[in-house]
Design a protein around this ligand. Structure first.
Ligand code: SF4
Ligand code: SF4
Ligand code: SF4
Length: 679
């Protein structure tokens, strides 16, 4: 064969006469996207994504079907080519119906692969499950206990009966691994010689430290408190998260990787921010939000009024304040639940929760509200503090409550509480705990710019502050305090950005393009209902007297049964799928521009050892051609006409599949997840 030379994107490429532009490009290391081309069968030229521009030719050419001309000059990245390729992908994706990743994973702020770890639990592989969780979250036993599990809100199983118990399954596997005597420890990359300083050892700081250390950097975490853990340690009561038994054990695992921890160290007191950051190649500010928000009513400076987080921290440090017998907690979130249930355990007889809306609008987890009620907490819904009245000794004596009613929805979508004119109640009290939120105290972070609300301003994709080499994450930034898994998600993403920055090629965080399926398009009646596993808990009358853990944990039977409820929503082919691999390279893909009629879909049908999902088929015909040309069986064919054509056994004859050789060649060549090998 005669050797020829062509130029692709300025590179001289050697090939042979008769070869296509695509083959020569790929042989020379130039990756032109193509979906319907496969060296095993004849060229078909259906997908249209491999187009190139040839100098001197007015028309774009499909590189898979164009025989290269010696000396010709081709371009794969001109504006015309890019536009044509983008349109080709948008057309394919507009007619594609599949979930690349499971909805639980997408809803988790740390993007934990719940489907994958649940599968491992179902198979009895707890360590493998923990390994998967630790790809995104280094504190699975702690988070499995305390996370309000936003993932479960998007769990598809809810359309059958109830969502999976995703968080508690994590708790189950993580505990088994933690107490196995052979806890999973990931590998640390060789030392890079770069130093990272992290201010704050809460969930965000610890997570960033973990991932930066795994990337081979020399990481130091400083924290003003005597122990690491931040809000997980000082803001969550022992009965929800045992500190020495669980949290500290997980923190020890991070330290074992070689992260340096320095406690009782405060920026602005023990060193200046400038001196601190000068020592490091990158600094991450993860200081959290530790200042309780004020109630905003007259009398709140009376003795016996405590900030929620100060109160919880005091109890955890062994310095519980004297709250007396009658306590009111103001707020409706999880901190309010922690404060009221802690007050019960401190011996208060009348513990009230003052919340200005109704139970339905309470942001606290339902299980927390239920368990607080079981422990005797009294909820005063539709009331708001109007005044805290002190006695002659200056200590809280009473609270005047304004009675409220619900008006029109506000910007949060919840109905706005409005005062009922002239209607008040009086509560006799010994103390008041304000649990209506926390603010950031950025003192000491000299020069770091704040947003209008006085919170550290950090870019949401690069986590950069206004100071070069200073990054910031977690409760101290942007929108302020949130749940621990949000902080973990940010710590993990920021670690990747900082790692790329330290390696000289900063890559901002961005979510890749993904195909998502509308649950309305799924027939959930095909699944048998199975009851969600209940977390066994200690009796309310017993647990209200101590700080021992309330949850008892799943046993293996419960956990495996629960894990088997998973519908495995994410695509089995995500790691291999050519369609999504190339689609994700296209900037700003918008298939909705072509939303319209879709090809017929039929539910997965078994074809001997293959499961077919017509929603993911892009009619590239590769499976038909390989079965015909390479295997010689000719079992598959294009059935139907025009737009309604689908791939089925030849002539739509069910008997044809009896001739299947079970060679699985069709599934091997399928560029998408439309064909799944099941046997
Ligand atoms: S076939 Fe590819 S694009 Fe479709 S859902 Fe699966 S991974 Fe995503
Ligand atoms: S059914 Fe399984 S994969 Fe699907 S959303 Fe729920 S946990 Fe995730
Ligand atoms: S099922 Fe066949 S026609 Fe459909 S995408 Fe896969 S290989 Fe192409």
């Amino acid at each position: 064969m005669k050797e020829i030379t062509i130029t692709i994107d300025g590179k001289k490429c050697k090939g042979f006469e008769g070869l296509t532009v695509l083959s020569i490009a790929r042989n020379n290391g130039i990756d032109i996207p193509s979906l319907c081309y496969n060296g095993r069968v004849k060229v078909y030229g259906a997908c249209g994504v491999c187009v190139v521009e040839m100098e001197g030719s007015p028309k774009l050419q499909r590189s898979c079907a164009t025989v290269a001309t010696d000396g010709a000059v081709y371009h794969t990245d001109t504006p015309r080519v890019k536009q044509a390729r983008k349109v080709a992908f948008e057309l394919i994706m507009s007619d594609h119906e599949g979930d690349c990743l499971p909805p639980c994973m997408l809803r988790c702020p740390a993007n934990t692969n719940c489907q994958a770890y649940i599968k491992q639990i179902a198979l009895g592989n707890d360590k493998e499950a923990v390994k998967i969780v630790k790809e995104t979250n280094p504190l699975p036993a702690s988070i499995g206990r305390v996370c309000p599990h936003p993932c479960e809100k998007d769990c598809r199983r809810q359309y059958v009966e109830e969502p999976l118990s995703i968080a508690f399954l994590k708790y189950f596997a993580a505990d088994n691994d933690l107490f196995s005597g052979d806890t999973y420890v990931p590998e640390v990359a060789p030392d890079t010689g770069k130093r990272v300083g992290i201010i704050g050892g809460g969930p965000a700081g610890l997570t960033a430290a973990y991932f930066l250390r795994l990337a081979g950097h020399d990481v130091t975490v400083v924290d003003q408190m005597p122990h690491m853990g931040g809000m997980l340690r000082y803001g969550i009561p022992e009965y929800r998260l045992p500190k020495e038994g669980i949290l500290q054990k997980e923190i020890d695992q991070i330290e074992k990787l070689g992260v340096t921890f320095i406690n009782d160290y405060k920026i602005g007191r023990d060193t200046t921010f400038d001196d601190f950051r000068k020592y490091y190649d990158a600094t991450l500010v993860a200081i959290g939000a530790w200042t309780p928000s004020s109630i905003g009513c007259p009398g709140e400076d009376a003795e016996g009024v405590y900030g929620g987080i100060d109160f919880l921290r005091g109890v955890i440090e062994g310095n519980a304040p004297d709250i007396g017998k009658n306590v009111a907690i103001v707020g409706g979130g999880n901190t309010a639940m922690d404060a009221c249930r802690t007050s019960v355990r401190l011996g208060a007889e009348n513990v009230y929760v003052i919340y200005r809306r109704t139970e339905a609008e309470m942001p606290a987890e339902k299980v927390e509200i239920k368990e607080a009620k079981e422990e005797g907490v009294q909820f005063k819904f539709l009331t708001n503090p109007a005044e805290i009245i002190a006695g002659p000794d200056g200590r809280v004596k009473q609270m005047k409550l304004q009675v409220m009613e619900l008006g029109e929805p506000d910007e949060s979508g919840r109905r706005k509480p409005v005062p009922v004119e002239g209607k008040f109640e009086i509560l006799e009290l010994d103390s008041v705990i304000s649990a209506i939120g926390q603010r950031v105290d950025p003192k000491g972070m000299d020069g770091v710019a704040l947003n209008k609300r006085g919170i550290i301003a950090a870019d949401e994709c690069t986590f950069r502050t206004n100071i070069p080499d200073v990054f910031a994450v977690g409760d101290a930034t942007n929108k302020g305090a949130s749940i621990a898994i949000e902080a973990i998600g940010e710590g993990q993403k920021a670690a990747k950005v900082i790692d790329s920055f330290l390696k000289g090629n900063e890559i901002p965080f961005s979510m890749p393009f993904l195909s998502k399926k509308d649950p309305k398009d799924i027939d959930f009646t095909q699944y048998k209902t199975e009851k969600r596993a209940e977390m066994p808990v200690r009796e309310a009358a017993v647990r209200r007297r101590d700080f021992k853990e309330v949850n008892k944990g799943f046993d293996r039977d419960d956990a495996v049964k629960e894990a088997l409820r998973c519908l495995e929503c994410g695509c089995h082919d995500y790691g291999e799928c050519e369609l999504i691999k190339f689609a994700q390279r296209e900037p700003e893909l918008d298939p909705s521009r072509f939303a319209g009629e879709k090809h017929p879909r039929f539910k997965e049908q078994k074809l001997v050892c293959i499961e077919r999902d017509q929603g993911k088929c892009m009619s590239c015909n590769l499976c038909v051609r390989v079965c015909d040309e390479e295997v010689g069986a000719g079992i598959l064919g294009l059935v139907g006409r025009g737009f309604n054509t689908v791939i089925k056994p030849e002539f739509n004859d069910p008997k044809t599949i009896e001739k299947c050789l079970t060679c699985k060649a069709c599934a091997e060549v399928c560029p998408t997840g439309a064909l799944k090998i099941i046997g």
